[in-house]
Design a protein around this ligand. Structure first.
Ligand code: GLN
Length: 453
């Protein structure tokens, strides 16, 4: 098929189906077809890449030159970036076709996609179920067959948890592997761009163009990018799997535990060996994250002041009125909560007690993983404590919402790569197996996921 036909197919799917899911904030109908026509020409000229003419969707956190980029916020409701994020530019240069921008929790803060200014996204697996967050729009769009692939970001689980809830495959790479330039910042020391698609192979195809050094991102790492598709066929014989005992406690839902153990048994059949390992500081990860992430967010979000770009209140009396009303109107409840928590944790009287303490805990959590990964090649766990929950169930209680992130957050504190792979069904809904690896072991994780699929 031609790229124009393929693109038209997905645009039609979006038109017919997305009223139910609300997975897209912006659909790029005209520019997608233009890109598809150019891609077809490029293919006929013989200088195509594997991505030339392939449609994909962009989480609406990646800046797209000339296309509105909202980050799920009223603050950026009418923001049209004059430049591309590096991730955007890489897909563009490869000739990929951008179908549109997907829904997300406002400024990527959330685990349910319910904090978006553009309305909640619904999980294609259940009428009243959340798709997870913050990359819930990307995950729902892939799961519903509205796009073959979608970019995503993961600050504390936002790729892996939606992948688990929507029954698809997602990869959060090593911190520094994918450029953050032009990816709207939430918590800069934790944010990492990554991939959502049905299969591990499609994730590998995506990472092939997303990964790599970028001089425009000071935390980007200058290290060779392998062809992630090349090693997918390698046998898993001898792979050492560790099961963190702190993740398999009595509190874990028995059906979840059973699904994960069945998946691990499959790996044993493929020649892997399994042992128990310990992450003694695992229980401190959520508390540390919910100090560090809001602290960084409060600093990052100070740029939205109504002066340079984004929302501006009408008729400000003076400068202070401009700042306060702009931010009052532009930010939603969860974003304001994080800014308040973060500002408090960073303030002079509390810095040592909260922020500094959290940074020390972060180091302990990271060290746990480094030690465990000396004993084994990968760690496995559930991605989430449960399958997708019901919309509205956790919105009135932020702390229960934060507890959603129990298995995913520590990996961001440590900067490690991890995947979520569909592992089975619990209560008629999909759940994911999380596979965690050492720094820059994306190829190994993708291989392990591919062999399982
Ligand atoms: N649920 C987490 C939070 O709200 C993670 C979000 C993310 O990874 N972007 O901060």
């Amino acid at each position: 098929v031609s790229s124009v036909e393929l693109t038209q197919h997905f645009l039609d799917r979006i038109k017919q189906e997305d009223g139910k899911y609300n997975s897209f904030i912006t659909v790029c109908e005209d520019s997608a077809l233009d890109e598809a026509r150019l891609a077809d020409e490029r293919r006929s000229q013989g200088n195509a890449t594997p991505w030339t003419g392939i449609p994909f969707a962009q989480k609406d956190i990646f800046c797209t030159n000339g296309v509105r980029t909202t980050c799920g916020s009223r603050m950026l409701e009418n923001f049209i970036p004059p430049y591309d994020a590096t991730v955007t530019a890489r897909f563009r240069d490869a000739g990929a076709v951008c179908l549109g921008k997907t829904n997300l929790d406002e400024f990527a803060m959330g685990s349910s996609n319910e904090s978006s200014h553009f309305g909640a996204t619904t999980n294609p697996w259940g009428e009243n179920r959340v798709p997870g967050g913050s990359s819930g729009g990307s995950a729902a769009a892939v799961a519903a067959g509205l796009t073959p692939a979608a970019t995503a970001t993961d600050t504390g689980g936002s790729i892996r948890q939606p992948a688990s809830f929507c029954g698809i495959t997602g990869l959060k790479p090593t911190y520094g592997r994918v450029s953050r330039y032009g990816m709207i910042a939430y918590a800069s020391s934790l944010d990492q761009g990554g991939t959502l698609a049905r299969s591990a192979e499609d994730n590998a195809m995506m990472l092939n163009i997303m990964a790599g050094f970028d001089p425009k991102d000071s935390t980007s790492i200058d290290r060779e990018v392998p062809d992630y598709t090349a090693t997918l066929g390698e046998p898993l014989k001898g792979l050492k799997i560790g099961l963190p005992k702190e993740y398999f406690t009595d509190q874990l839902d028995p059906a979840m535990a059973q699904t994960i153990r069945t998946a691990v048994a499959e790996y044993e059949k493929l020649g892997a060996t399994v042992k128990e390992v310990s992450l003694p500081n695992a229980h401190l990860a959520i508390a540390a994250y919910y100090v560090i992430a809001p602290a960084e967010a409060s600093a990052n979000l100070s740029r939205f002041d109504g002066v340079r770009y984004g929302h501006r209140c009408s008729d400000p009396k003076d400068l202070m009125d401009l700042y306060t009303r702009t931010r009052e109107e532009g930010f939603g409840e969860e974003v304001k909560r994080r800014i308040m928590i973060g500002t408090y944790a960073l303030s002079a009287g509390y810095f040592d007690a909260y922020f500094l303490k959290a940074q020390k805990v972060r180091r302990l959590v990271q060290q746990d993983f480094v030690n465990a990964l000396k004993e084994v090649d990968v760690l496995m766990s559930p991605t989430c404590p449960s399958p997708a929950f019901v919309q509205g169930e956790k919105t009135s209680d932020p702390v229960t919402m934060y507890l959603e992130d129990i298995f995913t957050i520590a990996i961001n504190l440590a900067g490690l790569p991890a995947m979520s792979v569909p592992a089975g069904m619990v209560n008629g809904l999909p759940v994911g197996l999380q596979i965690i690896g050492d720094y820059f072991s994306e190829a190994r994780l993708l291989n392990a996921a591919h062999q399982f699929q």
